[in-house]
Design a protein around this ligand. Structure first.
Ligand SMILES: [Mg+2]
Length: 128
């Protein structure tokens, strides 16, 4: 299964890092698209069906929380699994994002193995 992934982060450096780690993870990736905030992410998702969204929380315009709320309100887009990628490791923060509709959570910094493990768990498959 080839994964089309949307990477959402306001930091271009972090987007490049996530992209590189994804490629090193052993996950079979297809389209790797980027967005700098939630609004851009929604625009990309309207054009390209994604298999997975990896999103930061703190971003201008539309943050990760608002992105999750907006996706959940959309009958089609809510089906795309979202994994939050954040430096915030507090359990109440993780719980909050999961209750808003996130399927997974990865804490920065993370390893290729850590990312792969969480993506596979979210997608419910042993080998992607
Ligand atoms: Mg940020």
């Amino acid at each position: 299964m080839t994964l089309n992934v949307l990477i959402v982060d306001d930091s271009p450096v972090m987007r490049s890092f996530v992209k590189r780690v994804l490629k090193m993870s052993g996950l079979e990736t297809g389209l790797l698209l980027e967005a700098g905030d939630g609004k851009q992410a929604l625009a990309v998702m309207q054009e390209h069906p994604m298999d997975l969204v990896l999103t930061d929380i703190n971003m201008p315009e539309m943050n990760g929380e608002q992105l999750l709320r907006t996706l959940q309100a959309d009958a089609v887009l809510r089906k795309t699994p979202v994994v939050v990628v954040s430096t915030d490791a507090r359990l109440d923060r993780v719980d909050q994002m999961m209750s808003l509709g996130a399927s997974g959570y990865v804490t920065k910094p993370f390893t290729p193995e850590g990312l792969r493990h969480e993506v596979e768990r979210v997608l419910g498959v042993a080998h992607v």
